[in-house]
Design a protein around this ligand. Structure first.
Ligand code: NDP
Ligand code: 2IT
Length: 459
């Protein structure tokens, strides 16, 4: 397991032994689940100082219980394509931890979805949701379905079949799914429609990311990207820096990427590049955000089509967007997109800050390099918590049957992201790792959940 520091005390030695033995069991029990192992490894290494301070966590088996999902549901999703051919996909929902609230977390539709990916996402969601300060537990779900190239009718039939099974396990006080990769407003609409039909109830609070006409919250679409930039603004401010005149590179061009770019430009940065899984566009004058929205949100086209309306921009097929020199890098596509080699290139070209919009986009080696080289690093579970935070505000609005204004939700989002930054930063300092937001956010997220589990007894 990765080691954080060299100061040794008997309590710390014991905590390290405990964490290492839990990690060995996890690897044995979940063979081949590399993404899940990676997420747990990062977490366990971070919380050792908190374990050393409170031996009760080991006595009460907190780590063993935290790393075993309360429930893992796998199901068959049969659906028929437009030619009448039947397909079968696999669906998942992991209900990881409900100590502080109903399970909460997105649904991902992507061909790479597996038990390991859903478990790493669900595990991280526990601590991210705790960091928001709102009463939400951790969960995640999805399917190995590829929405790309499918007609609206095919996506609708798939969503209906998926929800027919998922509906048995969710509800406003049980488990509240939302979007993630491949699941946006269109999919949430179809999922909600089928849920409502099956239940014969208008349980608005069962899904978040809904449309504004049926219980959605203003600012939810923007929340993850805006929140990421609010968090990064705080990281920069601690070093007397701002977004003003900074060159920013963003990976991805989906929901998170688009609104991160929009807010970064609003704060005075020039976003010079973004990407999709085929390649990246480079527009040194600043990416035209409305053009990307039109391409991605309306026409569902590839990012290279940007050149049709912006012939002066470049497109690099299969390129690494992080090869472009920049001061701020915002990975907003998918897990493990920044390895050691890409991290080194960013460092060599003078990157000041890296903040994760995607979940686990940096490998453990990449994170170590950022820390060793003094790069400001904002880990996903803190930096991208804005999406789920506004989801929880959507649940609050649904519960009271009220709708808040855009400004009200945006101001609350900003406050939550600033508080997450402060709490993570303070926890890092208090536990002897000043400036290390990985340690700080893991510990701050962990303490609330672990202490609540102690109160609930052995369940
Ligand atoms: P979208 O589906 O809207 O966009 C995903 C973007 O990332 C697309 O540009 C996509 O390109 C690219 N991408 C996805 N998978 C890969 C891959 N394997 N290789 C290269 N590029 C890839 O998803 P979101 O913007 O919602 O999610 C992006 C990230 O942010 C994910 O890690 C998600 O877990 C995380 N996140 C999302 C939140 C939300 O509220 N939506 C909240 C917090 C985190 P292409 O179209 O070519 O596949
Ligand atoms: O990774 C995430 O935090 C999300 N995909 C958002 C989850 C949510 O419930 O809004």
């Amino acid at each position: 397991m990765v080691q954080l520091s060299t100061t040794v005390t008997p309590a710390k030695e014991q905590a390290e032994k405990y964490a290492a033995s839990v990690f060995e069991t996890i690897k044995k029990r979940n063979p081949g689940e590399e993404e899940f192992h990676q997420a747990v490894e990062e977490f366990l290494a971070s919380v050792i100082p908190a374990l050393a301070e409170q031996p009760e966590y080991e006595k009460q088996g907190i780590l063993e219980r935290l790393t075993e999902p309360e429930r893992l549901i796998t199901f068959r999703i049969p659906w028929t394509d437009d030619q009448g051919k039947v397909h079968v996909n696999r669906g998942f929902r992991v209900q990881f931890n409900s100590a502080i609230g109903p399970y909460k977390g997105g649904l991902r539709f992507h061909p790479s979805v597996s038990g390991s990916i859903i478990k790493f996402l669900g595990f991280e969601q526990i601590f991210k949701n705790s960091l928001t300060g709102l009463p939400i537990g951790g969960g995640k779900g999805g399917a190995d379905f590829d929405p790309k190239g499918k007609s609206d009718a095919e996506v609708m039939r798939f969503c209906q079949s998926f929800m027919t099974e998922l509906s048995k396990h969710i509800g406003p006080d049980t488990d509240v799914p939302a979007g993630d990769i491949g699941v946006g407003g269109r999919e949430i609409g179809y999922l909600f429609g089928q849920y409502k039909r099956l239940q014969n109830r208008f349980d608005a609070g069962t899904l978040t990311g809904k449309g504004l006409t049926y219980g959605g919250s203003l600012t939810r679409t923007e929340a993850t990207g805006y929140g990421l930039v609010y968090f990064t603004r705080e990281m920069l401010a601690a070093k007397n820096e701002t977004f003003q005149n900074k060159k920013v590179v963003v990976s991805g061009s989906g929901n998170v990427a688009i609104y991160a770019m929009e807010k970064a430009q609003e704060l005075g940065a020039t976003v010079i590049a973004c990407s999709d899984s085929n390649g990246y566009i480079h527009d040194p004058n600043g990416i035209d955000i409305p053009a990307v929205k039109q391409l991605k949100e309306v026409e569902r086209k590839r990012i290279k089509e940007y050149l049709q309306t912006h012939p002066d921009a470049d497109y690099v097929e299969n390129g690494n967007v992080f090869e472009l020199p920049c001061q701020v890098a915002l990975p907003c596509a998918t897990q493990n997109e920044i390895n050691a080699e890409k991290a080194q290139l960013l460092i060599d070209q003078g990157v000041l800050a890296v903040a994760e919009g995607a979940n686990m986009p940096s490998t453990l080696e990449a994170i170590d390099l950022f820390h060793q080289n003094g790069v400001l690093f904002g880990p996903a579970k803190a930096a991208n918590a804005g999406g789920v935070a506004v989801s929880a505000l959507e649940m609050a609005q649904n519960g009271t049957r009220l709708s808040w204004s855009f400004e009200q939700v945006d101001a609350e989002l900003d406050r939550i992201m600033t508080t997450i930054y402060q709490n993570s930063s303070e926890a890092a300092t208090r536990y002897g790792h000043e400036g290390n937001l990985v340690v700080g956010s893991n510990i701050a997220g962990f303490l609330k959940v672990a202490d609540t589990m102690l109160l609930h007894g052995i369940i």
